[in-house]
Design a protein around this ligand. Structure first.
Ligand code: NIG
Length: 397
């Protein structure tokens, strides 16, 4: 098996247990794993030598929140919002109609284009959700398609009660036949716990049904107003609660005393004109924070983790290191993939060789040069991702 030495690393961010960054480093990849990390001046022998010429190397992004199985466009809704119309979850129905009408091939090709777009920008591990089907068959095929393009799939049948069915009947569907239909393809269940979507008791019912089916739990909570989403997530030991724009002191205390990760979604906050999630205060309170794109056609149509990190630094007041950690190891924690042989989001000997090289000497450039795509090369499970995939893959016109 060929081994590869990646050397002349100006700054290596590992986010391993007792280390964040080190200077003048090298590492060796073998069998898709990291076989050695050390000083660039004393590297072991390897079959192939790749010099990165003083650039920064870091883990690939772990994007722990996206909604990539969809069809259609909501730019008119976005434009109206930028002109003053408030975001309301009702726009979800527009995407549901388009998604139901799309073929499997159309949904899969859109998902793969977005996945490749993310990969071109350094994302090596991606969660995505169902939630734009909202009937048994479209949720089932969404889950199956998602499993062919994403690393982790979450069932979000409880995204909204669709037209033409009562909330009670829809909950029975979500927790019964729909859950059974998606279970082969998903590892988490999620619920949009928000006024206008599902209340706390309805959300609890959804999450408990998912848990009984063997799924991990996640919650969309406290996005559009104060509510019980965060408290419920902590009560049930959810892996993460995502959005977290409106938090009470009790929410901070609950999160700080738990293992539930607070996932903040900076691009969504800007695109919905909601207050930015209080990521600085969450970290200060001792909460584990993840940063993710929330890529979806309604509230956050970006695959750029770098944009989210730059926003977290420039506007949420995280340090560069905190933000990059939240977008790598934090995402891994939110997905329960922070330890063990399949851990992602950190670089350690024996761990997966999922990493990226920046066209910059330091991770600080991600916020220092906002908006500039800095990922120069990506390795996924030890294999360099071909240039064709690292360019944005769009159909020719
Ligand atoms: O995470 N909040 C709920 N779901 C998505 C957006 C859904 C949409 O408007 O399409 C989110 O922001």
């Amino acid at each position: 098996m060929t081994s590869e030495l990646i050397t002349d690393i100006g700054e290596l961010s590992t986010f391993a247990d007792h280390e964040n960054r080190r200077a003048k480093a090298a590492l060796v990849i073998e069998n898709g794993r990291i076989a050695w990390i050390g000083d660039a001046e004393h590297p072991p022998v390897a079959d192939v030598r790749t010099s990165v010429g003083g650039r920064a190397v870091l883990p690939g992004w772990v994007d722990s929140h996206s909604h990539l199985v969809f069809a259609g466009d909501r730019s008119a809704e976005f434009e109206a919002r930028m002109a003053g119309t408030k975001y309301a979850a009702g726009g979800i129905a527009t995407t549901v109609n388009a998604t139901r009408a799309a073929t499997d091939a159309q949904l899969e090709s859109n998902l793969r284009a977005l996945r490749d777009e993310a990969r071109a920008q350094g994302t090596t591990f991606l969660e995505t959700k169902t939630g734009y089907g909202l009937d048994v068959e479209t949720e089932r095929r969404s889950a199956e398609i998602a499993s062919r393009g994403a690393d982790v799939v979450t069932f979000l049948g409880a995204h909204l009660v669709p037209e033409g069915i009562s909330a009670r009947d829809y909950l029975d569907l979500v927790t019964g036949p729909m859950l059974a239909a998606v279970t082969p393809w998903v590892s988490f269940i999620d619920v949009f716990c928000e006024r206008g979507a599902f209340d706390v008791e309805q959300s609890r019912e959804v999450l408990l049904a998912g848990r009984a089916a063997g799924l991990g739990l996640r919650v969309h909570g406290n996005q559009l107003g104060h509510g019980g989403g965060v408290a419920l997530a902590v009560e049930l030991g959810a892996a993460s609660v995502d959005h977290c724009n409106y938090l009470s002191p009790a929410d901070f205390d609950a999160l700080a005393g738990s293992d539930t990760v607070a996932t903040v979604l900076p691009a969504c906050d800007l695109s919905t004109r909601e207050p930015l999630a209080p990521a600085r205060a969450l970290l200060d309170a001792g909460v584990t924070v993840a940063i993710a794109t929330n890529c979806n056609p309604g509230t956050s149509y970006t695959t750029s983790m770098q944009f989210c990190i730059a926003t977290a630094v420039l506007q949420m007041h995280l340090t560069v290191e905190e933000a990059v950690r939240a977008a790598t190891r934090g995402g891994a924690q939110a997905l329960g993939r922070d330890s063990g042989a399949d851990a992602v989001g950190s670089l350690r000997v024996g761990g997966r060789a999922d990493l990226q090289v920046l066209d910059a000497p330091s991770i600080s450039h991600i916020a220092y040069r906002p908006g500039v795509p800095l990922t120069a090369a990506t390795w996924l499970l030890g294999q360099r991702v071909p240039q064709a995939v690292t360019r944005v893959a769009r159909a020719a016109f």
